[in-house]
Write a protein that binds this ligand. Sequence first.
Ligand SMILES: *[C@@H]1O[C@H](CO)[C@@H](O)[C@H](O)[C@H]1NC(C)=O
Ligand SMILES: *[C@@H]1O[C@H](CO)[C@@H](O)[C@H](O)[C@H]1NC(C)=O
Ligand SMILES: *[C@@H]1O[C@H](CO)[C@@H](O)[C@H](O)[C@H]1NC(C)=O
Length: 337
Amino acid sequence: MLASCQVICWVGILFLFSLVLSTWCECCTYSAVSPLPWQSELNSFLWTIKRDPPSYFFGTIHVPYTRVWDFIPENSKKAFQQSHIVYFELDLTDPYTISALTSCQLLPQGENLQDVLPRDIYRRLKRHLEYVKLMMPSWMTPDQRGKGLYADYLFNAIAGNWERKRPVWVMLMVNSLTEVDIKSRGVPVLDLYLAQEAERLRKQTGAVEKVEEQCHPLNGLNFSQVIFALNQTLLQQESLRAGSFQIPYTTEDLIKHYNCGDLSSIIFNHDTSQVPNFINATLPAHERITAQEIDSYFRQELIYKRNERMGRRVKELLEEYPDKSFFFAFGAGMWLR
Ligand SMILES: *[C@@H]1O[C@H](CO)[C@@H](O)[C@H](O)[C@H]1NC(C)=O
Ligand SMILES: *[C@@H]1O[C@H](CO)[C@@H](O)[C@H](O)[C@H]1NC(C)=O
Ligand SMILES: *[C@@H]1O[C@H](CO)[C@@H](O)[C@H](O)[C@H]1NC(C)=O
């Protein structure tokens, strides 16, 4: 349990925050369904940049907003409402962002996964996706069906074009095709919800990152590393199917920790990079080395380099518009170094 947690904010000047979370968090684990009465006074994922007018950093999370909204303190919501300009990592409401992400994930023209992957991996991938497609109707909730969300539609929306995707993106896709994750589809994730709210409230919005900056580092993993990652992901899913495996960090854990204001770095760094962790004590030595290489590659590319880049842009914005109040909504994991 974190007694006090020093969070170093990377925005040029170093801010040092001390958060005392331990007692609160212990209580919170017993009360995961309704917000605590004193929660409105807690400053969980909001940091203020003291200037006039003030600006804010807010740590978001990539889960359905309905699961966390009631736990977000009033002061954070008020800061959002009072800010003139809201910045996100990516502009998720811009159709260009979505189409650029989609095309960045595709294999070069004329290539298919079947040509690229080792035969065994391709066969297991195909079999796993057939299983997911078969199971999907039973994974969906009555609520989802009530909203007109159909299993076929959802499967196609997530996995429709899988044979044309780069292996690293197929790996991430397979990771997000579990029962728990499917059940949470159809409600906007918190960052998207804030973007929609910002639009509705006619705030000026922007993004500090370009799609390519998020996408290219993932495409930069080399072939043997990607095959290793995909193989491990399939092994996990296969043992999940066989009922012999529990995924170590689920969305449920993530939600619980977020609602408790628990900035546990393992879990949130995991969410931030959106990349699974393959380091596993039971792996043979040479495979453990590959897992560690992948982990440090992602840390370098998706956490450290990205923080520096985003920090630079934040600083430029604050300097360029000294009379505006900014609300920067970035993944909560970004705040822990
Ligand atoms: C991939 O990168 C790792 C670590 O940098 C290296 O050991 C390996 O030889 C590379 N494999 C290929 C196919 O380039
Ligand atoms: C997948 O991983 C398993 C267990 O680590 C290994 O025995 C197998 O050779 C790997 N398959 C491929 C195609 O890399
Ligand atoms: C660790 O790796 C082994 C062999 O690849 C696999 O059977 C097991 O499910 C993995 N455990 C975790 C927690 O990933």
